[in-house]
Write a protein that binds this ligand. Structure first.
Ligand code: NAD
Length: 294
């Protein structure tokens, strides 16, 4: 098995690296935050000096970074992947970024004879730890078939959704549905409460009907318990909806609901709630209602 390069050892990257190692792969890893490298290096996992160094020592480089600017810095920037990479290598970016940036990365990689896939994930830290992420891939079928067995070590669902950028388009679709769902659920639960109907009773009464959803089952209990421990942070979801709106603008597509919820997330960040779970959208809606009588 050849060595795998991995750049970005945050909440998601660290467990993903550990799962690749558990399956027997040797790795070279890098993060700008040196402490994160210290946490994972050891038997079979080597320290990279830079993104360039990681690329020079491997034929497959995976990136798991916050957003497009960080991916651009790690891949195109000074000391970045493209300075060290070999023709014939593959770069797989698993960050959730704008599909437009994925396409820019793919074009820059192609000039060096390097294949590129975008492969964002859904599932969060618990599924990154379990190796059961849902992975949505964009790129050509030939490159996908080479990388699919590696991706399956990190995810239980690995789907090729189209050409480069399609993975991130799919991820944006996912994020729009989840955010709007949480906002709708919040309005429903605030209304029920102010009408004097218990939120838990409402949840139990409707969860088996058409309004039922995975989002409702996961987030209504958190709202009812006022438990906004992340989960998925407000600031990450704000970033995803911003990327959705930028992508939509490039295609002249209007997304009124996404735009509204993105503004709610921005307001929540500005009042210091950026690191709460995205179910805290509820608090934004609740504050617009008169105080509860109970
Ligand atoms: P994180 O902020 O915990 O980790 C990102 C890591 O990248 C950090 O360790 C940071 O030091 C490193 N980094 C930043 N710029 C760098 C650079 N130029 N070179 C090298 N390293 C650099 O983020 P995360 O929660 O692991 O998320 C990563 C991606 O996965 C994001 O795009 C996020 O939206 C997506 N995602 C996260 C979750 C989740 O629940 N956390 C779920 C699904 C998808």
């Amino acid at each position: 098995m050849s060595k795998i390069g991995f750049i970005g050892l945050g909440i998601m990257g660290k467990p993903m690296v550990r799962n690749l190692r558990k399956a027997g792969h040797e790795l070279v890893v890098y993060d700008i935050f040196t402490k994160s490298i210290d946490e994972v290096v050891g038997e079979g996992i080597e320290r990279g000096a830079s993104a360039k160094d990681v690329a020079a020592r491997t034929a497959l480089v995976i990136t798991m970074l916050p957003d497009g600017p960080e991916v651009e810095q790690a891949v195109l920037g000074p000391g970045g992947v493209l300075e060290g990479v070999h023709a014939g290598s593959i770069v797989v970016d698993m960050s959730s970024i704008s599909p437009l940036v994925s396409q820019k990365m793919a074009a820059a990689c192609k000039e060096k004879g390097v294949a590129f896939l975008d492969a964002p994930v859904s599932g969060g830290e618990p599924k990154a730890v379990d190796g059961t992420l849902a992975i949505m891939v964009g790129g050509d079928a030939d490159t996908f078939s080479k990388v699919e067995p590696i991706l399956k070590l990190m995810g239980s669902s690995v789907v090729l959704t189209g050409g480069v950028g399609a993975g991130n388009v799919t991820k944006l679709a996912n994020q729009i549905i989840v955010a709007c769902n949480i906002a709708g659920m919040s309005e429903a639960l605030v209304l029920a409460d102010r009408c004097g109907v218990d939120s838990e009773v409402v949840f139990n009464a409707i969860k088996g009907g058409l309004a039922g959803s995975t989002v409702l089952n996961a987030k209504a209990p958190m709202v009812i318990a006022r438990n906004f421990k992340p989960g998925f942070r407000i600031r990450l979801h704000q970033k995803d909806l911003r990327n959705a709106l930028l992508t939509a603008e490039s295609k002249k597509v209007a997304l009124p609901l996404t735009s509204l919820v993105q503004q709610m997330l921005m307001a929540l960040m500005n009042r210091g709630s950026g690191d709460l779970d995205h179910s805290a959208i509820f608090t934004f809606i609740e504050e617009m209602a008169p105080k509860s009588e109970s």
